[in-house]
Design a protein around this ligand. Structure first.
Ligand SMILES: Nc1ncnc2c1ncn2[C@@H]1O[C@H](COP(=O)(O)OP(=O)(O)OP(=O)(O)O)[C@@H](O)[C@H]1O
Ligand SMILES: [Mg+2]
Ligand SMILES: [Zn+2]
Length: 154
C-alpha cells in the first residue's frame, strides 16, 4: 500500500547529524539556525529506536556544511553525535563530534556580575568537562558552573 510507505528523500549534498539524544533535535535545528525561513530540504526524525542509545533523534540538512562553532555547540548538547557529510548521495566523511576542552564566544555566563557580561567587549571563555554523563561548563572569569548548557548557548 503506497500511502503507508514512509518516504524521506535522500540528500544529494549536505549533512546528516545522527545519534542525537532523543528530544534534542530541536536544539540542533536552533544551533544550525534552521527555521521557517530555511529554503533547503531538512528532515528530522524523532525517537528513532537505536541499539546504542535506546532512542535517538536524527537531523538531515541539504546543502549544509557545518562550521566549527556549530560543531562545538552540537558537541555540548549531543556529545555522542555522529556527523555524516554527504556527497552525490553517499557518505563522503563520517566523524564523531568531540567535546571541546575550552570554548570561546559560544556560551554566555549566567552570572550578571561576571566581567564577560559587562559592556567591555570580552569574549566568554568556558572550560568544558564531562561529569558522570553530563556536560559541565565553568567560566574562566568568575568560576560559575553551567549545567543546563542549552540555556546559555549564544
Ligand atoms: N544520501 C543520504 N541522504 C540522507 N541520509 C543519509 C544519506 N546517506 C546516509 N544517510 C544517513 O546517514 C546515517 C548514517 O548512515 P550509515 O549507512 O553509515 O548508517 P550506520 O551504518 O548505521 O552508521 P553508524 O555506524 O554511524 O550508526 C543514517 O542515518 C543514514 O540514514
Ligand atoms: Mg546506525
Ligand atoms: Zn562568568
Amino acid at each position: 500500500m503506497k500511502e503507508r510507505e514512509l518516504v524521506v528523500s535522500k540528500i544529494r549534498e549536505g549533512t546528516v547529524i545522527d545519534h542525537i539524544p532523543a528530544g534534542k533535535a530541536f536544539l540542533v535545528l536552533k544551533i544550525l539556525r534552521i527555521d521557517e525561513k530555511t529554503k533547503e530540504t531538512v528532515s528530522m526524525a524523532l525517537n528513532v529506536p537505536s541499539k546504542k542509545m535506546g532512542k535517538k533523534d536524527i537531523v538531515k540538512v541539504e546543502g549544509l556544511f557545518i562550521k566549527e562553532d556549530e560543531l562545538n555547540k552540537i558537541a555540548l548538547i549531543a556529545p555522542n553525535a555522529t556527523i555524516n557529510m554527504i556527497k552525490d548521495y553517499e557518505i563522503e566523511k563520517k566523524f564523531k563530534v568531540k567535546l571541546p576542552e575550552i570554548v570561546q564566544g559560544i556560551l554566555r555566563c549566567p552570572n550578571k556580575m561576571c566581567i564577560s557580561n559587562t559592556k567591555e567587549p570580552i569574549t566568554s571563555i568556558f572550560y568544558i568537562k564531562a561529569e558522570n554523563g553530563d556536560v559541565i561548563a565553568k567560566c574562566h572569569y568568575c568560576g560559575k558552573k553551567i549545567k543546563k548548557i542549552a540555556e546559555f548557548l549564544i
